[in-house]
Design a protein around this ligand. Sequence first.
Ligand code: FES
Length: 149
Amino acid sequence: MHRRNFIRSSCTACLSFTVASTFLSGCVATKYISGDIGKNGLTISKDEFKVVQKGGTAYSSFIIVRNDALRYPICIYRINDLEYSALWMQCTHQGAELQASGDVLQCPAHGSEFNNHGKVTTGPAGTDLKTFPVTVNNNELFIDLRKQS
Ligand code: FES
């Protein structure tokens, strides 16, 4: 094989691998659930975060609760098995609905970003997101919608 052909075929293989890797990593679908909303709050199973894969069980870093009883969705982040955060997905700048991308909530309107605890990391928003306390009861999470901070 000539040097030029070798370089061309090697670069094509590398580019194909990079594109395939990027595409596959972006294929992890966001999980939406409606949850079980009661008088005081929302109850969901911790199992909602489980992702069964070849070779074992993994966990999604977040799920989104969309429910007709809620004006905006709530993004629930799994920090670890005992720690979760529940974030109101309304941008604190001008009220647009946020989009979750990994551990970041992004605003499509003007680009504000918030971390998985609801803290502003990029403006123009200047106020953190509303959050709700999350209680872990065995295999269930209770998100208290009466108390927001
Ligand atoms: S409404 Fe979100 S940055 Fe403006």
